[in-house]
Design a protein around this ligand. Structure first.
Ligand SMILES: Cc1ncc(COP(=O)(O)O)c(C=O)c1O
Length: 453
């Protein structure tokens, strides 16, 4: 509570209502926030969210904030969407939840059919999980077991430096961001990591970098391919590393190498999927089908936690056999295929079709690119990286927590964004209107200019 006491005596706290101050005090006393240095949390003057509607949310003192990062990369159609609200309410009156172990239900079935209809050709099965990390966890266990049940002893995963796949231990094992992952190395799976296709030498072209990393991966597979069960990548954008983008040829090249060495390809589309890159799936840019594909985040339109692994028929068939064969995928969760989540996801996918949301996402991406282009000339802006709506503006460090300072400056302009180090991230809901996109890019541009001045 000492931090809350010092915070309470700051001038910023004076502008807050007594009710808001009390909530912050209670938060500081009881809560541990994710990805948050708690010793700075209260000092940084947290926003207490009261309600949300459309592309914005409001704090408990009535201040409005445009949601510039889709409530951490999940929101699709905006908040308080009437169709998704109605779908969840209708489902609530019919079936709240039953287990998916030994039972099934219509929302779970209908969602799987709808999801597969959007997926790259060849993906034919849906395994539900909860958050993005739990989908990745399921995918890597599936890949290992599928290979093992086909007589292949392949205990290693190949993955990419700067990768991020969530925070459970399997997902961390195939991650490659030292700040997040290095602490846990002694307790992780033994994996084989190649360089990031998104980290370039000065002046290097993305295409050349893709060739370099594919060569590295090819050499690894040549040496140890028979021990590797899968290659795990984030297709096109390594989001958590700071929106590091790579050439589409990298995704295509990984597919070819996996085919050559009989290794499964896992594409983690938790961040890139459901329209974020301006196509339904990032792999659609590459025209390839992975053997396993994870999705989450935007699946329910940003309402409820639900994720999934989509697989091909050969992966699925590797698990078939008698009850005694031991070939079952012994993996699942209490809330697998929760009907409320499934109802939200169905409504989300239906709306995406009706409103041509993926095309809108591509248009939002183009508008963001046009409106932030002048920042490229700023001497302290290092690089702007973008695919579809996924945007990262990397700036020079001019002070302690420069990226954070820019986000605070945006906050004072009524726009909520969250940085990745000194990369300012923009990832608005896919259905954002042109006027709202301009509101976002104007506030971000002004904030960057203010802090980097
Ligand atoms: C590519 C990728 N995979 C997995 C995850 C983990 O998802 P979740 O936070 O829902 O567990 C994330 C989260 O940002 C992600 O970007």
């Amino acid at each position: 509570m000492s931090s809350s006491t010092s915070w309470d005596s700051r001038s910023g706290a004076d502008s807050l209502s007594a009710a808001t101050r009390d909530l912050i005090r209670r938060d500081a006393a009881a809560i541990w926030h994710p990805f948050t240095q708690q010793s700075l949390w209260v000092e940084d003057e947290p926003i207490v969210v009261d309600r949300a509607d459309g592309m914005a949310f409001w704090d408990t003192d009535g201040n409005r904030y445009l949601d510039g990062v889709s409530s951490l990369w999940v929101n699709v159609h905006g908040h308080n969407n009437p169709e998704i609200n109605a779908a969840i309410s209708a489902q609530l009156g019919r079936l709240d939840h039953t287990t998916f172990l030994g039972l099934t239900h219509e929302p779970g079935i209908e969602l799987a059919e709808k999801l597969l209809a959007t997926a790259p050709a060849g993906l034919s099965r849906v395994f539900y999980a909860g958050d993005g990390a739990s989908a990745v966890e399921a995918a890597i266990k599936m890949a290992y077991q599928a290979q093992a049940q086909q007589g292949q002893n392949r205990p290693y995963f190949a993955h990419v430096a700067q990768g991020y796949h969530g925070d459970t231990l399997g997902a961390v094992s195939v991650g490659g961001i030292d700040l997040f992952h290095e602490t846990y190395r002694p307790i992780l799976l033994d994996t084989l990591m190649v360089s990031s296709p998104g980290v370039l030498e000065p002046g290097q072209r993305r295409l050349n970098r893709a060739v370099e990393v594919l060569t590295e991966l090819g050499e690894l597979l040549e040496r140890q391919g028979s021990q590797i069960c899968a290659v795990v990548i984030e297709p096109l954008v390594q989001a958590a590393a700071g929106m590091l983008t790579h050439d589409v040829s990298f995704v295509q090249g990984v597919r070819s190498l996996c085919d050559e060495y009989n290794v499964l390809m896992i594409c983690d589309e938790v961040a890139t999927g459901v329209g974020r890159t301006g196509k339904m799936w990032a792999v659609d840019h590459a025209g390839i089908t992975p053997d396993l594909m994870t999705c989450g985040k935007g699946l329910t339109g940003g309402y409820l936690p639900m994720s999934a692994v989509l697989t091909t028929e050969p992966v699925y068939e590797a698990f078939l056999g008698s009850a005694e064969s031991g070939r079952t995928f012994f993996h699942g969760h209490s809330y697998t295929a929760n009907p409320l989540c499934a109802a939200a996801a169905i409504a989300n996918l239906d709306l995406m079709v009706a409103n041509q949301t993926v095309a809108n996402a591509a248009a939002v991406g183009r508008q963001i690119a046009d409106e932030i282009r002048p920042l490229q000339a700023h001497p302290r802006v290092k690089e702007i990286r973008q695919i579809g709506t996924m945007t990262g503006i990397e700036v020079e460090s001019v002070k302690d927590r420069t990226g954070f300072a820019i986000c605070q400056a945006a906050r004072s302009r009524g726009v909520w964004i969250r940085p990745l180090g000194d990369v300012v991230v923009l990832m608005p809901p896919l259905a954002m209107s042109p006027e709202e996109v301009t509101e976002l890019t104007t506030a971000v541009t002004e904030s960057i200019e203010e802090v980097l001045a």
